[in-house]
Design a protein around this ligand. Structure first.
Ligand SMILES: *Cc1c(COP(=O)(O)O)cnc(C)c1O
Length: 386
């Protein structure tokens, strides 16, 4: 028997240059409102090849700001994917508006656009979508529908840095796009996020909104400390320490994405030999995935034994996760408040209950992928036999 594997699901890759950049901030005296946040915003927009970016304290903060900027409130509805992180739904729920959930596609895990179209009512005020596990949604189709109904789109891009649809980076199709720099995501700032918009005015308003809604930044104040306030706001800023780390991380994004793509292809083809599994992936040539992880749906009998598959993989030293452990409407708060029937959202429920997410991050290489595929095939055969 081989030695136990040591393959974590996710691990931030912090280099010496990242550490030096953070120390450089600490050697100075500007810990917030500084050049690093401004540069990180410019550099992120350059990576996307367009748009306007605003650093935030998290993706949740960016989603919340988006919901507030649209003006969601009691009496309104917003479309939300059933298969997403709870943050997408919370952004709507916390404003008092009602999240109206839609099921996902079984092939990509992305929200089903026909279901979105069917769920829109006279009360709908926004459409929230997610690019599931980094697979870009068909934004051409969604934007066309949203324009016809005059509905703003908020893209949850937390797992989608580097994902493009028709060559255009996700997050730039609708009202706003919201990114996460939580440690296991594509790049990290510890905690942190980025709000992107194709509209300069939207980004400008939200930059103020994110910083107490004061009417001028530090740089714009002729008398230090003197400002006025145009309306209510929040403090959802990122610090200079985080931005310095984020810039170092962003400089390596293409390298990270290339390794992810190579790992994903290798793992997917390795799993091709295993009967009764399906790896979620883009279904269109127009989609360029960011390959956050490999979501492997166990079909047939193996699906009933998902938790055993997970435990056996973990025993062998293969780190796993589940994206996402429940369809959001099945989580306690949402289930109690809005009601949930077991037959609702069957595609989302299948992914929650019968899938295992495998790592493809740049902390791993092709040999790791081969080892994961072998371990997976062994376990499937063991469980098939007994
Ligand atoms: C991780 C994640 C979030 C939350 O990001 P934070 O930066 O931790 O707030 C939101 N949406 C999706 C789809 C995520 O995967």
């Amino acid at each position: 028997m081989n030695d136990k594997l040591s393959i974590p699901f996710g691990r931030p890759l912090i280099g010496d240059e990242d550490r030096r950049a953070v120390l450089q901030v600490l050697r100075g005296h500007i810990l917030t409102h500084g050049a690093n946040c401004a540069a990180f915003e410019r550099e992120f927009a350059a990576m996307m090849r367009g748009g306007y970016c605003i650093t935030t304290s998290s993706c949740m903060a960016a989603l919340h700001l988006s919901a507030l900027h649209i003006g969601l409130g009691p009496g309104d509805e917003a479309i939300v994917p059933a298969m997403t992180h709870v943050a997408t739904a919370h952004a709507v729920e916390i404003t008092g508006a009602k999240p109206v959930f839609v099921d996902c596609e079984p092939t990509t895990g992305n929200p089903d656009i026909a279901a979105i179209e069917a769920a829109v009512t006279d009360r709908t005020k926004a459409i929230f979508v997610v690019h599931f596990a980094g697979i870009p949604l068909n934004m051409t189709r969604l934007v066309k529908f949203a324009k016809k109904r005059d509905l703003p789109i908020v893209e949850d891009c937390a797992l989608a840095v580097g994902a493009r649809w028709d060559g255009q980076h996700v997050g730039l199709f609708g009202h706003t796009g919201c990114f996460s720099f939580y440690p296991v995501k594509h790049i990290t700032t510890g905690e942190g996020g980025m709000l992107a918009s194709q509209h300069a005015d939207v980004a400008g308003e939200m930059a103020r909104f994110r910083a107490f809604n004061v009417d001028r930044t530090h740089a714009e104040r002729s008398i230090p400390g003197v400002y006025d306030v145009a309306g209510p706001g929040l403090n959802y800023r990122m610090s200079e320490l985080q931005a310095a780390l984020g810039r170092g991380q962003l400089a390596k994004i293409q390298e990270f994405l290339d390794q992810r793509a190579a790992n994903f292809q290798k793992l997917k083809s390795g799993l091709g030999k295993v009967k009764g599994v399906r790896v979620l992936d883009a279904t269109s040539q127009r989609a360029e995935s960011a390959h956050y992880c490999a979501v492997v749906v166990l079909e047939g009998d193996l699906g009933e034994r998902r938790d055993e598959v997970v435990l056996r993989l973990n025993e062998r030293g293969v780190g796993t996760s589940v994206y996402y452990p429940h369809p959001v409407p099945r989580l306690h708060h949402y289930r109690e408040k809005y009601g949930y029937k077991p037959e609702d959202f069957p595609n989302a429920a299948e992914i929650s209950d019968r899938s295992v997410s495998l790592p493809v991050g740049p902390h791993l290489d092709g040999d790791d992928m081969a080892a994961i595929a072998t371990a997976f095939a062994d376990i499937a055969a063991e469980l098939d036999g007994g």
